[in-house]
Design a protein around this ligand. Structure first.
Ligand SMILES: *Cc1c(COP(=O)(O)O)cnc(C)c1O
Length: 377
């Protein structure tokens, strides 16, 4: 590859069989939101998800939306949500006319702080507005403090939605993320660890939930020869063509995870010699797919994260600040937040490095050398 090839943050990485399955779909004329590849993709996803029932959908956002509908979230309800996340975790709460309550992060995993979570719940119960659900995000593929969060969810009897959009292939105590909550969701957007170009999935141990999700995702059409509707539906089903891509991608999920973890270790080996660059440490039992490798610059670092980002950009390399917390987003200013400064601080000091599983060692060295040079000059 030439020195000037663009290095993207997390581009699609297609393997050998995707095209074959898509050709199959074309040959069989299943160019529709029904078809054999959808069924096969759901079966294969189920196999890597504790045998849970799965419905594949048009996006991860659609999956969160349906999860909230299934849990009965309505106008004027409140729903707890991680603050350190992408806006797609929150938007569906607003679609339903409910209000998000944002919970800040703890420092070990950067995910929802169980202490603040409990504080928020108690506070809401005291004003007689018990939250309807918890949307827990595993950011950058790193598992949250699941044991603590589940025990709080059980203690107060509030259902848990696991937003594992970034965490397909991650595990906690050897159990895949997405299978701990009452409902889990994945995303297969173009930038995620595997992609269907655009797409998502909803999964649950509760078969009724998934049956209902499929019904709602196909316009809530009753089982009648004519079109009969008793409920409001959505057009949220995945296309069979996209499912064909997903089938091929799922076959290589494990190798993609191994490669992303290799990329993380590569950066860590080469960059942690620079004292002011810090990485998120590994914790026993927490197995991250390392969707994106993230670094955080020490307060006193002579180079800040924006300087690194601009220097990489000058060299045709894409990097990105960490997610800007939802409680700091203008569109969500008016909603309640339980904060401790952790996600805000991470946002100001952190950076996502290019982490695509199709990066070569040469690409990785290009990124590393640019960062090292900044410190040495
Ligand atoms: C990507 C993402 C989503 C949304 O998934 P889409 O498939 O893009 O709709 C939701 N939550 C998080 C944390 C994400 O990163």
């Amino acid at each position: 590859m030439s020195k000037d090839n663009k290095i993207w943050l997390s581009p699609p990485h297609i393997s050998e069989n995707e095209k074959k399955y898509v050709d199959e779909a074309f040959e069989q004329n299943w160019i529709a939101p029904v078809g054999p590849h959808i069924n096969r993709f759901e079966d294969e996803l189920s196999k890597v998800s504790q045998g849970f029932d799965v419905a594949v959908l048009s996006s991860g956002t659609a999956a969160i939306h349906l999860a909230l509908v299934l849990l009965g979230v309505k106008n004027d309800d409140c729903v707890i949500c991680s603050s350190f996340t992408f806006s797609a975790s929150v938007n569906p709460i607003i679609y339903l006319g409910a209000s998000p309550i944002f919970i800040d992060s703890e420092k070990d995993t950067w995910n929802m702080d169980p202490f603040l979570l409990e504080q928020a719940i108690v506070n809401q119960i005291n004003i007689n507005k018990k939250p309807k659900a918890i949307v827990l995000v595993h950011l950058y593929g790193y598992p949250s403090k699941i044991a603590e969060i589940i025990s709080i969810s059980k203690k107060y009897d509030i259902p848990l939605i696991e937003d594992a959009a970034e965490a397909l292939g991650s595990k906690y105590k050897n159990q895949p993320l997405g299978t701990f909550g009452d409902i889990g969701i994945f995303s297969f957007n173009g930038n995620k660890i595997i992609t269907t170009s655009s797409g998502g999935a909803i999964l649950s141990k509760n078969k009724e939930f998934i049956k209902k999700a499929k019904f709602l995702a196909t316009q809530a059409r009753e089982d009648q020869p004519h079109y009969e509707h008793k409920e409001i539906g959505y057009n949220y089903r995945m296309s069979n063509v996209c499912a064909a891509i997903g089938l091929g991608q799922l076959e290589v999920l494990e190798t993609r995870v191994v490669k992303r973890r290799y990329i993380h270790d590569f950066y860590k080996n080469k960059l942690s010699k620079i004292e002011s660059i810090k990485f998120l440490n590994d914790i026993n039992d927490f197995y991250s797919n390392r969707w994106l490798t993230t670094i955080v610059l020490e307060e006193n670092s002579k180079i800040n994260s924006e300087k690194i980002r601009l220097e990489l950009q000058k060299n045709n390399i894409e990097s990105r600040p960490l997610w800007k917390p939802m409680h700091l987003q203008p569109v969500f200013y008016t909603y309640q937040a339980f904060t401790n400064g952790v996600s805000e601080d991470l946002f100001h000091r952190g950076l996502c490095l290019p982490s695509g599983s199709n990066m070569s060692d040469q690409d990785l060295n290009r990124v590393v050398d640019i960062i090292k040079n900044l410190y040495e000059s």
